[in-house]
Write a new protein. Structure first.
Ligand code: ATP
Ligand SMILES: Nc1ccn([C@@H]2O[C@H](COP(=O)(O)O)[C@@H](O)[C@H]2O)c(=O)n1
Length: 244
């Protein structure tokens, strides 16, 4: 299915990719819902958290301490990572190593916030994200993370805060991580949100950002709600964009 496209003002025959920016706290459904939304719209999907995770994985692999900013920044020079943006062919690689699964391990999750709070890391990755969004061959791209609506793509035509109350998020995460106790899963989720929200505010919607609260929605209903916001915002953007 082909999704909506945004008109450009300069050339009526040219289109720029529609950027759908989605932020939210841990376990709110950003990755799974964004990927399903991208699939439904025929768009690309950019998982920015996976890039922060890949960097944390690389540091642990090279025995660099993620809490030492100078060492982390120095490692960026030879940080060679690639991420798949086709929602049907998702992968994360560091050099020749496929780390798609490894970056979800608790040891990486436990290290990632320290890495993400370093300003040089944020600006280095932000540039990568912007170039991936700009160069996509798809009609649009759904990019999800913590600062996409506010820092990475504040001018995106569609900006969404995807949220759910803490109880629902903890329950969903616990279901996935069957090897860990619900208490440990809940504590890890809360600690990470607290650390991350000292760096960027993803708990409340910035001006112009639409909130989708999935607390009382199942997965399919949440995807439909997000697709509905995209179609509505793109239709409005096209109505108000002058044609030449
Ligand atoms: N509306 C929903 N109802 C039930 N389960 C859901 C819903 N939305 C997402 N989920 C499930 O919740 C779990 C967490 O979702 P997901 O990993 O996409 O969250 P996330 O926001 O990307 O988390 P993190 O930031 O920690 O990576 C997944 O198992 C997903 O399938
Ligand atoms: N835009 C973003 C995305 C992620 N982070 C940091 O990465 C961690 C992992 O993200 P997940 O979405 O995969 O859970 C997250 O805890 C943040 O520390 C970020 O800072 N900005």
């Amino acid at each position: 299915m082909t999704g909506p496209t945004a008109d450009t003002t300069a050339d009526p025959h040219a289109t720029v990719p529609v950027v759908v920016a989605i932020d939210g706290p841990a376990g709110s459904g950003k990755s799974s819902v964004s990927r399903a939304t991208a699939r439904a719209l025929g768009f690309a999907y950019l998982d920015t958290g996976a890039s922060y995770r890949a960097l944390a994985w690389n540091l642990l692999d090279k025995r660099v301490d993620p809490s030492v900013p100078d060492a982390v920044v120095a490692s960026l020079g030879d940080f060679d990572f690639a991420i798949g943006t086709d929602p049907d062919a998702y992968f994360v690689r560091v050099g020749a190593t496929d780390v798609t699964e490894a970056i979800r391990e608790p040891r990486v999750t436990g290290a990632v916030s320290a890495v993400a709070r370093i300003p040089e890391v944020r600006s280095w990755l932000t540039e990568r994200f912007r170039s991936i969004m700009r160069d996509t061959a798809f009609d649009g791209i759904v990019a999800e993370g913590r600062d996409i609506t506010t820092v990475v793509a504040p001018d995106a035509p569609v900006r969404i805060l995807l949220t759910a109350d803490e109880e629902a998020r903890m329950a969903r995460r616990s279901k996935e991580l069957t090897g860990e106790s619900a208490a440990a899963v809940g504590e890890a989720l809360r600690t990470r949100d607290q650390a991350d929200s000292r760096v960027v505010d993803f708990m409340k919607a910035a001006d112009g950002v639409t909130t989708v609260d999935s607390t009382h929605l199942d997965f399919e209903q949440t995807v439909s709600a997000v697709v509905g916001v995209v179609n509505d915002r793109v239709a409005r953007t096209n109505e108000t964009t002058p044609r030449h």
